[in-house]
Design a protein around this ligand. Structure first.
Ligand code: NDP
Ligand code: DGY
Length: 300
């Protein structure tokens, strides 16, 4: 038996409400929209022994503070991999083949005749794809892209991955990935090392015809530099499922660009995936509360 204090709303819990309600709690189930830092942990007090996040990403958790206090963490890897990889492929195709622009032209009367070069984009067949962060989701993206006729799959990261053999992936330095890829997909976790990784220098090494896709975290990208790269023709187009901040203000310069497709962080948003994530997050929480093995515990 446990007493539950539920924030029964689709809107994020206001910070002041969280700080107040968490006081004395033994467990906390949170979303990626809540920053769980020393202030929240102090407000919770010494009872808190488990945090369960409804996400695989854990950059919103102050891991050092959590570890120091001996608090266990549950998260939701694997169960959202397929949904996120699928969305990444959809975003890549939408961006490369200019689907949102095409839909808009049909609605606004811009479609007047069939023209040979109108709304042309870039195809995957015979292309080189570069994946930054060939983890669970990166691999699932690569597996889905190969059957489109991708000729070469490059990846970069901290370490070479034996599982890359399945997609004939070649582990290369980032600079080579940037200069050779027609499509660049960011699927790494957000860490101090990857924060701001995609900046002016990064975009300047890409081909002018290359497409940039990010479904990891917004902070991996320097958005001012991305705007510059897109508006100056340094790169062809970008598709983002994640931004800084979230939501992206509706007057943000990136939203004025036709060659930038932005989605509202919906990588894992299928009914079944969100259901499975919720069940897993609840089971992680319960296991943490009872001091037993969690289905998916983050090893701190
Ligand atoms: P994994 O831990 O399996 O993969 C993360 C990958 O990032 C690892 O392969 C890791 O490589 C790599 N990485 C770490 N540091 C670097 C670096 N400096 N350069 C390049 N690669 C690096 O996690 P998942 O695949 O399950 O998830 C990845 C991320 O996707 C999550 O952290 C989350 O931020 C995001 N995500 C977004 C969703 C959305 O809705 N858009 C949905 C789900 C996840 P190594 O193993 O060598 O350290
Ligand atoms: C995650 O799990 O990290 C995603 O961003 C949302 O599913």
């Amino acid at each position: 038996m446990c007493k539950v204090s539920l924030w029964d709303s689709d809107e994020p819990i206001p910070r002041s409400e969280l700080l107040q309600r968490v006081s004395g709690a033994h467990g906390l189930l949170c979303l990626l929209s809540e920053r769980i830092d020393a202030e929240v942990l102090d407000a919770a007090g010494p009872n808190l022994k488990v945090i369960s996040t409804l996400s695989v990403g854990f950059d919103h958790l102050a891991i050092d503070e959590i570890k120091k206090r001996g608090i266990r963490v549950g998260y939701t890897p694997d169960v959202l991999t397929d949904a996120t990889a699928e969305l990444t492929v959809a975003l890549l195709l939408a961006t490369a083949r200019r689907i949102p622009e095409g839909v808009e032209e049909v609605k606004n009367g811009g479609w007047r005749s069939w023209k040979s070069l109108w709304l042309c984009g870039y195809g995957l067949s015979g292309s080189t794809v570069g994946v930054i962060g060939l983890g669970r989701i990166g691999m699932a993206i690569a597996r889905r892209l190969k059957p489109f006729g991708v000729e070469k799959l490059l990846y970069s990261g901290r370490t070479a991955k034996p599982q890359a053999a399945e997609v004939e992936g070649e582990f290369v330095p980032l600079d080579r990935l940037l200069s050779e890829s027609d499509f660049i997909i960011v699927s790494c976790s957000l860490t101090p090392e990857t924060q701001g990784l995609c900046n002016k220098a990064f975009f300047s090494k890409m081909k002018k015809t290359a497409i940039f896709i990010n479904t990891s975290r917004g902070a991996v990208v320097n958005q001012e530099d991305l705007y510059e790269a897109l508006s100056s023709g340094q790169i062809a187009a970008a598709g983002l499922d994640v931004t800084t901040p979230e939501p992206l203000p509706t007057d943000h310069p990136l939203l004025t660009l036709k060659n930038c497709v932005i989605l509202p962080h919906i990588g894992s948003a299928t009914y079944s995936t969100r259901g499975i994530m919720s069940e897993l997050a609840a089971n992680n929480l319960l296991a943490g509360l009872s001091g037993t093995g969690m289905p998916k515990e983050l090893i701190l």
